[in-house]
Every structure is written in structure tokens, then in C-alpha cells.
Write a protein that binds this ligand. Sequence first.
Ligand code: F6R
Length: 595
Amino acid sequence: MCGIFAIVNDLKGDAANTVLDGLKKLEYRGYDSWGIAIKPENTSRKREKLAVEKHIGKIGDAKTTLPSGKIAIGHTRWATHGGVTDDNAHPHLDCLGRLAVIHNGIVENYLNFKERLVKSGHRFSSETDTEVVAHIIEEKLKTIDLTTAVFDSFNELTGSNAIGVLDGESETIVACRNGSPLVVGVDENHHRFFLGSDVPAFLRYTNKVYFLEDNEGVVIDKQGVRLYDLKTKREKPLRLRRLDWNLEDAEKSGFPHFLIKEIHEQKQTIEKAAMTNQRIIGDVAKIIRENYKVVFIGCGSASYCALAGKYFFAKAGIETQTYGAYEYLPFSTFADDKTLVIAISQSGETADTLIALKQAKKNRAKICAVVNARGSTMERLADFIIPVGAGPEIAVVSTKAFTAQLISLYMLSMAVNNKVNQAMTDVKRFSNHLRKWLSVSLIDSIIEKSKSLMDMEHIYVIGKHLNFPGALEFALKLKESSYIHAEPFAAGELKHGVITLIQKDTPCFVLASIDEVKGEILSSAAELKARGGRIIGVAPFESDEFDCLIKTPDAGDLTFIYNIIVGQLLGYYLGVGRGADPDKPRNLAKSVTVK
Ligand code: F6R
């Protein structure tokens, strides 16, 4: 939520454009407004005010009119406090125009400060919680140095926050983290320094990074980056690490959108997820065999992955529990030192999942994080990390991270019964078929199907057993990408009420596999058909109950993943056809770091 990007020592003096380009890479984190502040160069006046540009709307092809300069800071916003206006866009300045503050998170106690600051004469120009931070620091700077003023101010804020502060006078950026992600990048020659809320912002310059931990701060100037403990204010060694991500990971590489690029990347990412984590999966399987109670948690797509995990584990003979992380707290009291909580997350920063994990940890549960992004808070909380390795997922709608997580849970469920080799064979076969099936002719048929659904207001999706979490995810992809109301149901639920919704020609997707419930799901399809529903089968077989079929390969228990990929593709092409932005759906942000 909210993207942060800054550069220090842009040698060509083009810091504003560098920040603008970086923000474009981060727009998936928030896109209702953006802004940049720069210290103009070629000025003899040390006290020259910062120059600022802010706009509502997406960055898209925006250009900046800011002057040249070597140090700049920028932000893409996902509004929390204050409407979507130019004034509420970040950065926010102090009264003197010396400091520019950008922020990710919510300052829960901002009203306490605001009243006092207004009384002592500070002028506010926005309704945001962020602006108080600029004025608190301004006030403290009257008596103490910049670093102490920023660290002390940050320590007084409550909530999960990350801030970046550009001081025009000393040409320094000071940044602090507690609960919201921040990462520092350093180029090969140690000349240029970057600050971001995510690596893609500066991946074109460097993959040498340091992910800040909670209660750490950095001071960045043209001499370099210094790392501090925010509480003791002591300097700490900065241990940079090199990520195995490359530039193509953060570029569209010839695809019109990140979403369709990432859907196609599943031809590699699914197999990679299965191959790379065998040792750690073996370790987690061992714990599960020691009679740990297994609880899966996640939010959104990740919660559907958790539900699929429950089915995988049932097939492996192990009873597990699944919760949307936002509903876990009442049940966290049952977690104890024989509980393994498996948290699923693309970002590793989802506030609800982190809160649930912290609670479980308090009760001495062991934590396993099945995550995609690296250096996340969730990784730090975890006893075991299964990094699913799908690479940066830039589209807001999750696809490749989700399927890499699914495969990781499948591998884990098989590992519990020492069937990793069989699982590996299944995944290899799955991926080989995926590479052939996800072809031009499939895309053509999906585009044709999308055209026939373009004007629909309601779509229903049913599935049973593994195809039930499949139906949940399928419908979410349609909703997020195309804004069509798509409602998923467990096939067994139909007769208990929801069948009233079916009218003549209502599109009903029926997700099916060649499994023990094939007959039952076809009976449900027949019931929908009898009420006039237009039945679109997504399955590896033909049936008289289907008015038409999008055929998927038969991959046993993994068939439902192909069925989900059909939903990803339909969502994408419906979204494009209906004029939505598939990479940045309205009202959403990639990583939900607030409750
Ligand atoms: C859906 C989607 C969201 C996320 C959810 C959790 O396409 O992306 O539903 O799955 O916000 O996010 P993570 O996985 O980062 O914890």
C-alpha cells in the first residue's frame, strides 16, 4: 500500500525523472495520486525551498516539470486519511519548505499532534495523517539535529508506518520503518543510493539491497547509507545482499500488461516452486509428522490457497484448519506449542495475516511462511520459510504467486507421506502440459468466450472439493480484473438457496476434474441448466450438461489449477474488453499493510 521511492546522488542531475520512472514501477502499490519533491540544483542558496509536484490519478505516461537536482523523493498513494486530492497527495512539506515527508501506513495518533501544532502556529495544507510528521520534525529541528529529530518523531507515532524525509538543507534522506516495508539499494560503484517500498522501483540500477527491519532507520546522503537502531540510535553494520532478480522481472517484456505476462510466466514458475524448496519442505513435513496441529491462514487469494491446502492435506490423511487471517483472532486462543500455523502471502506484509501470526506466536505456535516477496516481515516472524520464488508480481491481481503457493502446499502435503518424488513427477507433467496448452489457440478461444460475456452483469461459478477453492479464485479473478459480479458457490450449496439467482441465459461456469465427485458436479450442472442457466464447462472432459466447454488437461488432483488459469485469462481479456486497467484495478492496492 503506497509506493515510496527516492534517489540520492543522481549523477546526471535528473533525480525527478529517475523518481518518476521508479514510481511508475511501484504504481501497483497505490494509484490514486502521486507526487515528487526535489532539491533544485544550480542554486547558491542552501536554504532554497524544495520544489514539489503532485497530481491526482494514475501516473501512466506522466511527465514532470520539476527542475534538475541530484536528490528527490516520491510517492504513489492509496488514500486512507483524506480524500483523493492534489493537496492530500504526498510529499508533505513543513512550513519552511525545507522538509518533504512521504509515508506508508496510518499514524493512528495524528490528531493528538495536529491540535498542538496548529495552536503553535503550524500551517497545514492537507487532511492527511502524514502532514503532522513534517511539522513534528520541523518543531524538533529547532533544538536537535536532523537524524535525532526524525528518529524521535517517528518513535512517537503509533500504528504501522514507514516514512521517508528529504531534508533540502543538508541534502539528506532519513527513513524509518515500523511495520511497513522499506528497502535500500546501492549501485555497483557505491555512487547512487535508493530507497523504495519495493525492489522493482530501482531494479534497473541495482539488485544489491538491504531490507530494513522494524525499528530500524537509515540516513542516506552522497557519502553513503548509514543504518541505525531507532530505539538506541546506535549505528549498525549495513549488510547488503544481492537478489537473484533481473531487470526483465520488473518489465513487461513485450506483453501489453504485467497481468498477462505473469499468467504466461506460470509455465516456469510452478515447476520452479516445486523444485527449489524440497529441503525446507522436508523439514516442515517432519514437524507435521510429529503430530502438530496444522492451521492455514491467508487473506483474499491467499485464503483460497489455504483452503486448497486443507483439501490437499485431507487427501494425505491429515486434518487441518483454515481461516481467513482477518477472522483468526477468536481461534488463536487454541494455538499452542503443538500448533503449526502456515501463513500464505504474496507480499509477506499483509497486516491482517501478520496480526494473526503474532497472536499465534504469543501462544508459542510454530510459524511457517509460504511467501513470494523477499525480505518481508512475515519471513522474519517465521520459524520456517517456504519462498515460492515466482519473482516480482507487479500486477495487483495475484496469479503466478498464487499458483506457486498452491504447488508448494501440494508438495508439502505429499512430503508428509514421503511422496515427494511422485509429487515432483506430477508437477513436471503438469508444467509440460501447461506449456503446450497455454497456446495461441487457447487464447483465441478465451477471447471469443470473453466477447460473449462482455455485457453480463452476473456470472456464477461452481466447484466441488478442490474445484471449490478453484471456483472462489476463478470468480475473484473475474471480479477484480473485469468488475463483473462473479459469484462462486460450492456446488453442494446450490439447492440450499442460491439456485434462485439462476435465470434464463445466466452464465454458469462449472469447474470440474476427473475425480470422485465428477458425477455430483455434473448433477449440479444439470440443475442449473434446468433453470435456464448457460453452462460453460471448464474441465478435461466433454459432457451433455455443458453448453460449451473450455477444455483443460487432466492432471489428477492438480487439474483445478488449470481451471483457475482459465479464470485468470478470462478475467484479463474481459477486463481489457471492458476498458478496465488489468494491472491496476480500481480501489485495490497490491499489498494491504493496514488493518
Ligand atoms: C487477489 C489478491 C489479493 C491478495 C490478498 C493477500 O488477486 O491479490 O486477494 O491475495 O490481498 O495478499 P498477500 O498474498 O500479499 O498476503
